[in-house]
Design a protein around this ligand. Sequence first.
Ligand code: IPD
Ligand code: CA
Ligand code: CA
Length: 293
Amino acid sequence: MLTSTRLIYISTTTVDYQKELETAKRAAQQAGELIRSFQANQSYDIELKGKNDLVTDADLASEKTIIEVIKQEFPNDQFLAEESNTYTQLPSGRVWIIDPIDGTTNFSHGFAPYCVSIALWEDGTPKVGVVLEIANNELFWAIEGVGAYLNDSKIHISAINEPAKSLIATGFPYSHFDLVDPYLVVLKNLMQKTHGIRRAGAASYDLCCVAAGRVEGFYEYGLSPWDVAAGALIIQEAGGTISDWKGGDGWLFGKRIIAGTPNIVEFLKTEIQNVFLEKHLVVRNAANKTSLS
Ligand code: IPD
Ligand code: CA
Ligand code: CA
């Protein structure tokens, strides 16, 4: 899709990854149309990949569309996409990381938000991120070094740095409950120390809400690369910080993420580290999709 921002943008400067951005936006919009038609016709079949881990034929059709659109432009690139993934670590070179519907449970209940998330990483670094929230047609995007945008407007993280004035997003455990007890302790403490907690149901959208300054922080465990690969770049380009639960950079495959304004990331890290055992702060077997403890 050609936006006015793009026209202004390339008339003033030539930017690396502009074609990749436009391709990712086009793929997201085409997948979004497809997902809306499944939603409008209520014509999807739901299957379970695991407990409460849903996949519909809309997820599969979305993933096929996205990969086809990108392959037409970049036939030699690699794909790490949720419904067909075989990677347990990030390969070198150019990799498109795709969540064809982030928030499938929301989608299947007709409950917004639900998103398409597409990122391009190259040699371990995010270059392009696009998240389309389908129900409200909000298109979040970023290119490394260029900034983060919602539709045609530049976005920035919140100026609020005090925990007591912050709104925090998270995801609740829904499938693997081995760490639910310390999780609930953190939740209880944060309820009392902040303005409140939100659980939107789509991690990519949570990350974009951090980037747009709607919430000051986000944390979750159990996420996969396709949940966070695009949103993380959008946050970084909006001035925010991403960390794993130990304060390191192992958040893409590490299943534990904290994001937000720099102060709020420090605050959340302390709250989590005060409650979770040391052995639970790091993933010990990233290859095992189900192991959190
Ligand atoms: C899920 C959503 C949800 C998060 C889950 C993810 P999916 O993605 O992002 O917010 O709590 O951990 O798996 O399965 O709908 O693509
Ligand atoms: Ca997801
Ligand atoms: Ca998904």
